[in-house]
Write a protein that binds this ligand. Structure first.
Ligand code: AMP
Length: 468
């Protein structure tokens, strides 16, 4: 078996690796480090969790230990699709370069330009950046890329999804033709293939097997769900999500809830919070300090539910979670594998539960083809007659006085089914004395001048309107 000491890394890097507690290189490290140290271009086809970050960071530190940085001319550049990934790569540099003197700067949005300019002015060995922010600095005339000897593109397929490919091409063209390129992507979409054919020169191609599709220790299930009306689908789906969470009871110690769209990430997080679940959202439009706080909270266990988009969660090194809930069926089948791979880590048991609406059935088929098995169908707990899941206490927001749970529950039970559903509608503004009829169903938000007639779109909560 190959050892780290067989890979030609510098003794100082080996020491840091040893201190990190790694015994042997992972396959991507074993494949990528030797050609990288020879100065060759590398095309690594590997996804997160394979150890690919150290696969480029370790040889870079070894190579950059010789030579010195010049003002405004970074010697190497690492491009990452998201701020979190960039920050994670920066942490990797800190870990493995602790016995080597290297300067680095992190150029990501949400951090003031001034601080970043100062670092660049002093000269950096490693510049880690998201593409947009890098080009902003370049256009302000604060940065020259003509000194870049090594350029890394990390998670290229995600860059493609995020529309960064034109930026990447531009950045490539601003760096010297003689640079060494280390390029990583989980998949080789045609557009990625084109970029690598254009910008890499006779690369060593290192491909590691896709993560064992879906671990045996992950219990999977999907609930087939159809909203009673299209304009109610969002809130009913959120109610179902709560029922599924509650159904897992204490087994659900912490969870990531994945949504396909950023707007839904916000809505689901807000809705769960409203029902007193300890939840917070993470996606690309939130400011950096908020994202960092949320992630830190989730990592240290003080936050129980992380509501995330694929892009924000991709590549994040979060500890194992007991549950993954797929609020939506992901549009790319591969994302299903990524998502549920967040649970059941290190041999522990995990659960992955998904909600599938009729229009997502095609995507469900694609997932089942990819993982080569049928995901077990599970009953909708709300239609089994077992659930008044969202007990009235849960609906309370901090601002509202507590209602009396007993009388309200009784009232719900006595109502015809649909009315009972409406009783647990999300916007918790109804009161016991709210009149019956449509005005009441709309959460007690009477609309002056509408009499008893309330158009259904007005009857929706603000969240519903945003969602639909
Ligand atoms: P990555 O794929 O780069 O996101 O790495 C995933 C995780 O694997 C990180 O938590 C690393 O600290 C860890 N890791 C990287 N290389 C090794 C190794 N050779 N042995 C054990 N763990 C590693």
């Amino acid at each position: 078996m190959t050892k780290f000491s067989d890979l030609n890394l510098s003794p100082k890097v080996l020491k840091a690796v040893q201190e990190a507690g790694y015994e042997n290189p992972t396959p991507i490290q074993e494949g990528a480090i030797p050609p990288a140290l020879e100065g060759r271009d590398v095309l690594g086809i590997a996804q997160t969790g394979t150890g690919k970050t150290a696969g480029f960071v370790l040889p870079m530190i070894t190579m950059l230990a010789r030579g010195r940085a010049r003002a405004r001319m970074p010697r190497s550049l690492v491009l990452c699709p998201t701020r979190e990934l960039a920050a994670q790569v920066a942490e990797n540099f800190d870990t493995y370069s602790k016995h080597v003197k290297l300067t680095k700067a992190l150029l990501i949005g949400g951090v003031s330009f001034g601080e970043q300019d100062k670092l660049i002015d002093r000269g950096v060995d490693v510049l880690i950046a998201t593409p947009g922010r890098l080009l902003d600095h370049f256009e302000r005339g604060k940065l020259l890329l003509t000194g870049v000897q090594i350029m890394v593109v990390d998670e290229a397929d995600r860059m493609l999804d995020m529309g960064f490919i034109p930026d990447i091409e531009r950045i490539f063209s601003l760096t010297p033709f003689t640079r060494q390129t280390l390029f990583f992507s989980a998949t080789m979409a045609p557009e990625i293939e084109r970029i690598t054919n254009t910008f890499l020169s006779a690369p060593a191609r290192v491909e590691v097997a896709r993560q064992a599709t879906t671990g045996e220790n992950i219990k999977q299930g999907v609930v087939m769900f159809k909203g009673s009306r299209r304009d109610r689908e969002g809130s009913e789906k959120r109610k179902l999500l709560r029922a599924l969470i509650d159904g897992e009871g204490e087994k659900c110690t912490n969870a990531i809830v994945f949504c396909n769209r950023k707007t839904d990430v916000d809505i689901v997080a807000k809705s769960l919070k409203k029902y007193n679940y300890d939840a917070a959202p993470i996606h690309g439009d939130l400011d950096q300090s908020q994202r960092t706080r949320t992630l830190d909270g989730f990592r240290d266990g003080s936050l129980r539910f992380l509501i995330a988009s694929d892009v924000a969660a991709r590549g994040l090194d979060v500890p194992s979670v007991s549950h993954v809930f797929n609020f939506d069926v992901p549009g790319h089948a591969e994302d299903y594998v990524h998502r549920i791979g967040r649970t059941g880590r290190a041999g522990r048991d995990g659960s992955a539960i998904m909600i599938c609406v009729p229009r997502d059935e095609k995507n469900l088929d694609a997932i089942e083809r990819l993982v080569e098995k049928k995901i077990p169908r599970i009953d909708n707990p709300l239609t089994k007659g077992t659930v008044e899941v969202s007990t009235p206490e849960r609906i309370e927001t901090e601002a509202k006085p507590k209602r009396k749970p007993a009388s309200r529950s009784r009232k719900s039970e006595n109502l015809p089914k649909q009315k009972a559903d409406e009783q647990v509608k999300e916007t918790p503004t109804k009161t016991e004395t709210a009149p019956r009829g449509r005005g009441r169903q709309s959460g007690g938000n009477k609309v002056v001048g509408m009499g008893n007639h309330l158009p259904s779109f007005i009857a929706l909560s603000l969240d519903d309107r945003r969602a639909n």
